[in-house]
Design a protein around this ligand. Sequence first.
Ligand code: FMN
Length: 354
Amino acid sequence: MFGPGLAGCSRDLREQPAPAGPGTVAGQRLNEDGWRILYYASLAPSGHNSQPWFVRVEDKHEWVVGSDKTRWLQVVDPDNREALLSIGAFIENLVIAAGFMGYDTEVKVVGRGRFDADVARIKLKPGRSNAVAIQRLEERRTVKTGFLPKEIETEDLNIFRKATGGGLYYFPRESAHGKLMAEAAVENFRLQFENEAALAEAAGWTRLSDAEAMQFRDGLTTDGMEIRGFTGWWVRSFMDKDDLTGSTWREKGVEKIRTQAAEGAGWLVITSEGETVGDLVAAGRRFQRMALLAREKNIGIHPMTQTLEEAHGQASVRENHSPSVIPQFMLRVGYVENYPKPVSLRRPVGWFLA
Ligand SMILES: Cc1cc2nc3c(=O)[nH]c(=O)nc-3n(C[C@H](O)[C@H](O)[C@H](O)COP(=O)(O)O)c2cc1C
């Protein structure tokens, strides 16, 4: 009976060293600062933790950040909207880390279409070091459970508004719009869980055992999904990929989302001005700036994206808003007593150098 006991032990896969990978030739063009900046960039969030980025090092201080088509979520994100938002978050981390390390950054979005490989050209120039709280980048994570019902304070909302530069809307849980968003989150999650192709795609990004998680260092783990304790141990030990498309997994999944959607302060929506590659990258950067400050304020952020992914959700967004409102992030938000340690894995820098 040591299994459940083991489940209670602290498991920290992030702390374990990654095996050497490819990228050593391209990596020779990077100096130590470059490796460090790209490590911080890689801590960005991404849909299904697919980490859809690559970096081509053209020169020590000139890089291209690209979109890796082998990592696109073709079923739930067929237009690469979320891939580009995630790459935006990666670029924001990169710029913050470069500033911390004493570089000014010039970011030029070069992607014209959503399927272009090259997204942005980055130039670093030695400048003055910015006194930023760099640990925020390592401490931020997606939080899904333990949200308190307390409303978000105006002061904190104003900090978020400043970070996002506008296009941010807050709907308290008990407001009419907050209730609608919670219902839509559950309903569209349920619809997505009835879609075999979407489930199979998610299963492909799920790393059930620790060995698989450590091999790929991406995707969704039990820790990241906040399936803890005995259940987490059971899932890691006994479930296989086929179970991830079965009825028990679906039912439990919808039940869990229903509980989560009812918790917390309410909902945040981040909108963009347009839908170009530049608009999406900018929205991803704005989101990440806010998420990093939320960490400091012990505010958990949980993207619940299904409403923006499913045709049913997209139609209700269109019906209830003018066409000028283009939502890019739908986020459940709430204060947490103890902000948990990050647990999702990242590929080492060498693995995403082109
Ligand atoms: C564009 C985007 C969409 C996301 N959608 C969801 C979602 O629908 N549900 C969810 O639980 N997490 C969602 N996430 C969070 C990711 O799963 C999470 O960032 C990833 O697993 C890495 O974990 P971390 O944020 O803790 O570092 C989304 C993240 C991004 C950037």
